[in-house]
Ligand binder design. Sequence first.
Ligand code: GSH
Length: 269
Amino acid sequence: MPSTNLIKRDWEKDHVYLVQFPRAGMIPSPSPYAFKLETFLRVADIPYTNINNEFSKMSARGQIPFIELNGRQHADSTIIIDNLIEHFHKSDLEDLSPADKAVARAFFALTEHHLCWVTLYSRGQDFSWLATNGGFGRLLTGIKGFAFKNFIVKRFTSKVRARAAAQGMGTFSKEEVLEQAKKDLDALSVQLGEKKYLFGNTIKTIDVTTFAHLAELIYTPQFSPEIATHLEEKTPNLLVYVKNIRDQYWPDWDETTETMKMDTVWKKA
Ligand SMILES: N[C@@H](CCC(=O)N[C@@H](CS)C(=O)NCC(=O)O)C(=O)O
């Protein structure tokens, strides 16, 4: 997608500029897609710099995240990851047997196109936390805070509610959404079993996707406390899995969520 409005004009070759929302207080990014993409950049060890979109800079698709790489913009986290794997020769992150690849593809659809909608459904019910300190609250003072709380959160809420309804999950009752969430979590939990990652001892792209969506489910408010109860009582291996990936790839988690800095150093040189 050729860019007409490059944000980073003095770019460095083969350096990724990741444009996304600012940090939040509960999780480094409340956007599952941006969080997935930033985690991928870390796992794949690709040099990158975050750029705060200041709630206004959007991709040609009208969304975040997007990246700039070698003077071109690319949008949509999934497409970006595919392009990065090719550009930076990271196919080892996709290296699975054909049978595992097929299962990974099905789990990708489960997390990205189904479980994710449980989180988005929750936000369509109540997204007020986004304007609190757990969300972007600490960045929003004075008139900016007032406008964000009273107009922008409302706009986000109705947008996400409409998208959840269009997807289908948004038309379900709470009980029905809960049942769907439990089935997805159970399937992931069985696939994970006692392993470190979904397909063994090495992290793959599918783990990045799964981690990001589970993290949003675990660390941001959900419409029902039964989701947390189910995770704790029925699928505790998923909690351990998320914690392990968080510890390994987000050692700066607390720093990001406390300082809201987007340029924290996560990896020892
Ligand atoms: N399929 C896209 C989804 C991106 C997306 O939904 N981004 C949301 C934030 S989580 C967004 O930009 N929403 C703003 C809007 O739609 O106005 C991806 O994977 O990048």
